[in-house]
Design a protein around this ligand. Structure first.
Ligand SMILES: *Cc1c(COP(=O)(O)O)cnc(C)c1O
Length: 385
């Protein structure tokens, strides 16, 4: 037997057999059987008329989840961070003034990417878990006079949901474009792209869309497409150049890169599953599951980290009770019950659990199951109500 088929202990590598976890973390989320099946369909070429049609179907279906009629939808071959980098690389040039609403980890990542493009970044900062009021948003933008504004709709590191209405209104007033991180929100709650006035929204496949990780859907407003068309400096990232990707996927269908065919199949199927359920019904189901989750958490004597009116319905941050080691609770859930939940990080390290209730797990039955196991794990770790 050759060494490459042995593990470090000298035993033969066993066939791949991943554990079946209940993915109650912030993502990846659970994948439905029909989406797994789509992944195993025959590969066609990335310029095959069939695949061009698949890309077209996805662009159409994405309009439903983003809530756009007028926007252009496009898919980046890469995870959510590739979408973020595409938004930044295309719409933030050297010396662009970017105003960032900073209240968590992903607004920091956005800041870092913009700085690497040479942008002049100004930030309005708040503690992790807080959100910005309409007044604060307008005041900051009018004072900063930016070219581009960035905010995170659903901040996965904190559980806080930031409304975009006032941000977009003030930004447009100032002649600025708005980039919104909708990585966690897309598919699980309304993004309302047109109505909110977002110019560039990026997301991923593995959170609210219940699909494996690997692609990043974007929506781009007409204003932003016009801006991009008029941009004269070349986008520094060739791979993430949206004009080139748009040309491949929508216009000339000339080769840009080899799209990951199977992932596109999976995304098409995941979006079709959402359309079959009905987007409104899906949002309501997530909201109902969120409500019963929070009710159960409060009945256990625990507290949510974010104020009620600013919570993301699909990603809950629950405060770790005094005296409990949260890492041990998570390990117990994973090892004994195959349940994955996440902990906090940065300023929230050790202080919160991050619990996703989304996709196939957003049901009364699954929430009940999770709460029962969480109760047992907490009590085994010394929690007394
Ligand atoms: C997950 C996430 C990202 C990054 O997405 P990846 O798919 O991990 O690259 C960006 N922003 C937010 C809000 C996220 O939750």
């Amino acid at each position: 037997m050759s060494a490459v088929t042995q593990n470090s202990a000298g035993n033969a590598l066993r066939p791949l057999q991943p554990p079946r976890r209940y993915l109650f973390g912030p993502g990846p989320s659970m994948v439905a059987p029909r989406v797994y099946e789509a992944l195993s369909k025959p590969i066609v070429g990335h310029l095959d008329p069939y695949f061009i049609q698949v890309m077209g179907d996805i662009q159409q279906l994405l309009k439903m989840v983003f809530g756009t009629n007028d926007g252009t939808t496009i898919v980046i071959s890469g995870t959510g961070s590739a979408g973020m980098e595409a938004a930044v690389a295309n719409f933030v040039e050297a010396e662009t003034k970017l105003a960032v609403f900073a209240n968590g980890y992903f607004s920091d990542r956005l800041t870092e990417m913009a700085k690497r493009q040479g942008a002049d970044v100004v930030r309005l900062e708040k503690p992790w878990g807080a959100t910005f009021t309409d007044h604060e948003a307008a005041e900051f933008i009018h004072r900063a006079k930016p070219n581009v504004v960035g905010f995170v709709h659903a901040e996965t590191s904190t559980g806080a949901l930031q409304s975009g209405q006032a941000i977009c209104a003030a930004a447009h007033d100032a002649g600025a474009l708005v980039i919104a991180d909708c990585v966690t929100s897309l598919g699980g709650l309304p993004v309302n792209f047109d109505q909110t006035g977002i110019d560039v929204a990026y997301s991923c496949t593995q959170k609210g869309l219940s699909c494996p990780p690997g692609l990043s859907p974007l929506a781009i407003s007409k204003r932003a497409m016009d801006w991009l068309g008029a941009r004269t400096s070349p986008v520094r990232s060739w791979y993430l150049d949206l004009k080139l990707i748009h040309d491949y996927s929508t216009v000339s269908h000339r080769y840009h890169h080899t799209a990951p065919i199977s992932m596109f199949y999976a995304l098409r199927e995941a979006l079709l599953a959402i359309a079959d359920e009905g987007i409104e019904r899906r949002w309501q189901r997530h909201r109902r599951s969120h409500k019963s989750f929070v009710k159960g958490i409060e009945e256990m004597g625990l507290r949510m980290h974010v104020a009620e009116e600013h919570r993301i319905p699909t990603l809950n941050t629950v405060r770790v009770p005094e005296g409990v080691d949260e890492a041990r609770v998570r390990r117990r859930l994973l090892e004994e019950h195959d349940i994955e939940i996440a902990g906090g990080f940065g300023p929230l390290a050790g202080k919160v659990f991050r619990i996703g209730v989304m996709g196939p797990l957003a049901s009364e039955e699954n929430v009940g199951f999770l709460l029962a196991e969480l109760t047992k794990a907490l009590s085994a770790e010394g929690y007394r109500q």
